[in-house]
Design a protein around this ligand. Structure first.
Ligand SMILES: *Cc1c(COP(=O)(O)O)cnc(C)c1O
Length: 378
């Protein structure tokens, strides 16, 4: 196993690491492009590139037309990495002085409320800003109501601090059966004769509705699909969308136990062996970002072979069924999600689903104590 030496020679306290697969990020970005060939693609890199690390993901994603994020420090980081292209602040500025950084770093920013327009009107700059005026088309999170949208646009358009105004909205149901028709109707009615580029789609809308020119519009905002998770799992998986896992969390067995029928495993004795069986103890627990709510039966790969969790996840360990793995020993590779050395993959969505959450949460929650390595970066 090529990584074994590495995992034991670097000064890691435990045999666990995360790998970020640069080539998979690049592949997934190409998938976004292919889904909406005549639109431009924002690579959404908020939350430290969904837990992957902006600096690690940057090179692999630099074929994007721009980067979208929330945090001004992350925008600064992208400029420091040498990115001169568009950067969009998806929630706009949080206080008036943030506008100075927007001017200095040439950041495009969302305007979702009247206060942000007031701040712009008072902002002193030689550099007019490009803004994305956001409509609340039914999600009721950020954005101006359709009835207030035109007045906000007119106000912005009169400001010397504003250069170009684009129009955006965000779908609440692009991943599900409810769909986007109602939001499209609301957005279309309220913006029909307004000029400017438009941006509506997240990953789910890009993949599921991107064949409609009005939906894909001028810019899509691709996040989760870049990171190898299907936005509409379990309706579709990454194989269906031809996406590749970009993050692998893997560890090793640090022990094994032989159980007799009736023996139980772990805190709360939540798993009982019905017959003699062998289990393995893995150097990964919830303090590494593995979901504590993952129940017995959650899939896991040992030496690339699919098996299951047994018993509760604890802080530093999980326990796995070795019934189908007579050759597994202390030191065997365990893939919690992502790609096994042997080639098999376990999509993060399957683990998330078993634990009652989504791939987004697991990748964002990768713990700081897990060493991360860029695989295949240039
Ligand atoms: C996070 C975010 C996206 C990306 O969503 P995904 O589901 O990860 O593709 C797009 N637009 C906005 C406004 C966002 O906040």
């Amino acid at each position: 196993m090529p990584t074994r030496r590495r995992m034991h020679t670097c000064d890691m306290p435990r045999p666990i690491e995360a790998l970020i697969h640069a080539e998979a990020l690049t592949h997934n970005l190409a998938r976004a492009r292919a889904a909406v060939p005549d639109a431009r693609v924002w690579a959404v890199v908020k939350a430290n590139a969904y837990g992957h690390g902006i600096a690690r993901a940057f090179e692999a994603l630099r074929a994007a037309d721009g980067f979208a994020l929330l945090d001004l420090a992350e925008a600064q980081q992208l400029r420091d990495l040498g990115w001169r292209g568009p950067i969009l602040l998806l929630e706009g500025v949080f206080e008036p002085r943030d506008l100075e950084l927007c001017s200095r770093l040439n950041l495009w920013h969302t305007v979702h409320c009247e206060a942000q327009i007031d701040w712009l009107a008072m902002h002193k700059t030689q550099q007019p800003h490009r803004v994305f005026l956001k409509m609340n088309s039914g999600m009721n999170r950020l954005g101006l109501r359709p009835t207030a949208f035109r007045a906000a646009w007119t106000r912005l358009n009169a400001l010397p601090q504003v250069d170009e105004i684009s129009l955006m909205s965000h779908f609440s149901d692009a991943d599900g059966d409810r769909g986007i028709a109602a939001a499209m109707q609301v957005f279309g009615d309220a913006t029909r004769d307004l000029p400017g580029e438009r941006s509506l789609c997240n990953s789910a809308a890009t993949l599921r509705h991107g064949d409609d020119a009005a939906v894909r519009a001028d810019w899509v905002r691709a996040g989760i699909m870049l990171y190898g998770s299907a936005p509409d799992f379990p309706a579709h998986d990454i194989a269906h969308w031809n996406l590749r896992p970009t993050m692998t969390l893997r560890a090793r067995l640090i022990g094994t136990q032989e159980l007799q029928a009736g023996d139980t495993v772990g805190y709360g004795s939540r798993f009982t062996a019905e017959a003699p069986m062998r289990i393995g103890v893995v150097a990964c627990g919830y303090a590494d970002g593995y979901p504590r709510h993952a129940p017995s039966g959650t899939p896991v790969l040992v030496d690339g072979v699919r098996t299951r969790l047994v018993g509760r996840v604890s802080m530093d360990m999980v326990t796995v069924d070795l019934g189908a793995l007579p050759h597994a020993v202390r030191g065997s590779e365990v893939t919690l999600w992502g790609r096994a050395s042997a080639g098999a993959t376990l999509p993060i969505d399957e683990v998330a689903h078993a634990a009652g959450t989504v791939g987004y949460e697991l990748m964002c929650a990768l713990a700081a104590r897990v060493p991360v390595r860029l695989d295949g970066g240039s």
